[in-house]
Ligand binder design. Structure first.
Ligand code: ADP
Ligand code: MG
Length: 291
C-alpha cells in the first residue's frame, strides 16, 4: 500500500499566497509526522490528500491510481480528523458518532460495536450521553479522533490531533495512535516535536509550502551533529545570545547561565561543550532562520 503525493502546488488569493510549492512525498504503512510552524501548509496538504480541496497542479495517487478517479473507493479507506470543525454542539457524543457512522455507510450492528469500542479507546464512555457543546477542548479532540476511526481506515489523516490537550491526554492519544498504526498509513500534523518524536517512522519537515526533508528522527538529527552546544555565559550576556543565536534551552547554574545553542559557528572564548542533537534542536535549526 502506498500514497504518492506528487508535485502539489496550491495558491490562495489569486496566487498571492503560495501554500504548497511543488510538494512531493510517498507514504507507506507507518506513522509519519508532518512537522512545521503555523502557516507552513500542513492543513492545505491534508485537505488535498483527503480530497476536500483541489490543488492547482500535481496529483495524489493511492496504489498508483489517482484519488480523484477512485472517488468513493478512496473515501471508504480514509479517516480524516480536520483541524477545525464546527462541532455539532447540540448533538450528544453518541448521536454525533452514530451520525458520522451513517455518513460513512456503516451497518447498524457494525456501528454499535465500533462506537462502543472507540468510546472506550478515547476514554469518553461516561460522557457519551452529554452534549458536545459542553465538552472541553481535549474531549472534543478525542471525539473527533473517534469519528475518524469509525470506518477502520487504511489511511488516517490527523490534523493537529493533540492541540489543546493536557500532557496526560497527549500521552494517551500518542500511544493510542501508535497502537492502531499497524498496517495503516498515518499522517499526523503538529508543531509540537514531542508529539511525533518517538512514534513516527519518518518526520516530514514542511516550510513555506516546501518539503525541507523527510527521514527518520535519527537521520534528521544527524544532520546537525556538531552544531549543538551548551555554553556557559554570564547573566549580562543572555540578551546578546538570545538575539544572535538559536537558543533551544537555558538554565541557571550558580551565578552563570548555561544556554543550549544550535549554530553552525560556536561562540569563542567560552566554556562550551558539544551535545547530542534532538529533534527540537533540528526544529529550531530549520525554522528559526535569520540567526
Ligand atoms: P498550517 O496548517 O501549516 O498552519 P495552512 O495550510 O493552514 O498552514 O496555511 C498555509 C498558508 O496558506 C498560510 O499562509 C495561510 O494563511 C494560507 N491559507 C490557508 N487557507 C487559506 C484560505 N482559505 N484562504 C487564503 N489563505 C489561506
Ligand atoms: Mg493547520
Amino acid at each position: 500500500m502506498k500514497l504518492q503525493i506528487s508535485n502539489l502546488n496550491k495558491t490562495y488569493k489569486k496566487g498571492a499566497v503560495k501554500a504548497l510549492d511543488d510538494f512531493s512525498v510517498t507514504l507507506t504503512p507507518g506513522v509519519y509526522g508532518l512537522l512545521g510552524p503555523n502557516g507552513a501548509g500542513k492543513s492545505t496538504l491534508m485537505n488535498i490528500i483527503t480530497d476536500n480541496l483541489n490543488a492547482d497542479s500535481g496529483e495524489v495517487l493511492y496504489d498508483d491510481k489517482n484519488i480523484k478517479k477512485l472517488g468513493k473507493d478512496y473515501r471508504s479507506v480514509l479517516g480524516y480528523m480536520p483541524q477545525q470543525q464546527g462541532l455539532y454542539d447540540d448533538f450528544t457524543l453518541n448521536r454525533f458518532l452514530w451520525y458520522m457512522a451513517a455518513l460513512k455507510g456503516l451497518k447498524k450492528k457494525e456501528a454499535k460495536e465500533k462506537i462502543t469500542q472507540l468510546l472506550e479507546t478515547v476514554n469518553l464512555t461516561n460522557t457519551a450521553h452529554k452534549k458536545l457543546g459542553g465538552f472541553s477542548g481535549g474531549m472534543k479532540q478525542r471525539a473527533l479522533i473517534a469519528q475518524a476511526l469509525l470506518n477502520d481506515p487504511k489511511i488516517l489523516i490527523l490534523d493537529e490531533p493533540t492541540a489543546g490537550l493536557d500532557p496526560k491526554e497527549r500521552i494517551r492519544i500518542r500511544n493510542f495512535i501508535s497502537e492502531i498504526a499497524e498496517d495503516k498509513i498515518v499522517l499526523i500534523s503538529t508543531h509540537v516535536v514531542s508529539d511525533i518524536e518517538f512514534i513516527a517512522k519518518e518526520i516530514i519537515l514542511i516550510k513555506e509550502g516546501k518539503l525541507v526533508s523527510h527521514d527518520t528522527c535519527n537521520n534528521l538529527t544527524k544532520e546537525i551533529e556538531n552544531k549543538v552546544f551548551e555554553v556557559e555565559i554570564d547573566k549580562e550576556e543572555l540578551k546578546y545570545f538570545q538575539e544572535n543565536y538559536r537558543v533551544s534551552n537555558l538554565y541557571h547554574n550558580d551565578k552563570k547561565i548555561i544556554v543550549r545553542l544550535v549554530t553552525d559557528i560556536p561562540p569563542e572564548n567560552h566554556n562550551i561543550q558539544s551535545v547530542t542533537p534532538t529533534l527540537e534542536d533540528l526544529y529550531l535549526y530549520v525554522f528559526e532562520t535569520g540567526k
